[in-house]
Design a protein around this ligand. Structure first.
Ligand SMILES: [Zn+2]
Length: 53
């Protein structure tokens, strides 16, 4: 499940080492249409958004 950081509102995976206790979010923002739109390194383990949506 993606997690939205309470500090900077960027999205992370639930296993992201940088977030820990972020706020879970059930839906990605509309503007996020590909892995490339997610800046955190934690998404690099995925090949595409389809792997977790
Ligand atoms: Zn992350």
């Amino acid at each position: 499940m993606p997690i939205m950081s309470s500090d900077d509102f960027s999205l992370h995976t639930d296993e992201c080492e940088q977030v820990g206790d972020g706020m879970p979010t059930s839906n990605l923002p509309d503007e996020v249409t590909s892995i490339d739109d997610l800046e955190c390194d934690c998404w690099k383990q995925f090949d595409s958004l389809e792997e977790f949506t």
